[in-house]
Design a protein. Sequence first.
Length: 269
Amino acid sequence: MTVPPTPAPTDPPAPAAQMTAAADVAARVVGLRKTYGRGEAVVRALDDVTLELRSGEFTAVMGPSGSGKSTLMHMCAALDRPDEGEVWIGDTEIGRLGDKALTLLRREEIGFVFQSFNLVPTLTAEENVLLPLSIAGRRPDPEWFDAVVDTVGLRERLGHKPNELSGGQVQRVAVARALVSRPRIVFADEPTGNLDSRSGAEVLRLLRGAVDDHGQTVVMVTHDPVAAAYCDRVVFLADGRVVDELRAPDRDAVLEIMTRMTDAGEASA
Ligand SMILES: Nc1ncnc2c1ncn2[C@@H]1O[C@H](COP(=O)(O)OP(=O)(O)O)[C@@H](O)[C@H]1O
Ligand SMILES: [Mg+2]
């Protein structure tokens, strides 16, 4: 007869063990609130949002139009300041930074892919990609620049201006521009929103590769459950609040939550 093994002593988990170690957190927001307008016209764009974005993860932010997704991206990327709450990039709480330090942090640590691309029309693809570094007075790491350009498949198009590029190519320039300074974290606001599915898939593979091959951290707003399925995690916003979350999402699980949210929205409307 075998003696049952003595159970290992089980210590109650220390509270700290339940928190992600600071080094693993690329960005964090705590109790974020942001309103626009006043009086009758006041809009609560973010209403007490707390969220941790782990290093080396690809996160999707989803939610109905007007739920606060872009506002959240802008706050996280230090493009705008919240009314209340904290935004941490790595170990830095950006509310305490002055404008100069904030500009520096944005330049060094954060990449942003805008919903509207924001390329400079008079510059070539190459110049647009290198623009953040030029502004910072930094030279690109040639190997990394080559890696980014090849990954986005823009080698043949580097000399072209935005109006000489397809929508997919323009968006890939915008992604390359966000990646080229090797930021700690990249925010992308509907980067595939205006693309056909093939170009969209290229951009998604590119973002996925930035995470898998280069350990970057990417946060992407999307309306597309297929795009969300490229991510490690999906965070759902409604009316400026985090209402749900999914890990290792697949298209059907995302769709199910989207449907549930739409039903709930209609029921409360
Ligand atoms: N600059 C602004 N001025 C006034 N209202 C704004 C402004 N930006 C966003 N809003 C409002 O805040 C809410 C959230 O907007 P946004 O973050 O853009 O949502 P989403 O990206 O999810 O569509 C919306 O009701 C929007 O109309
Ligand atoms: Mg938006």
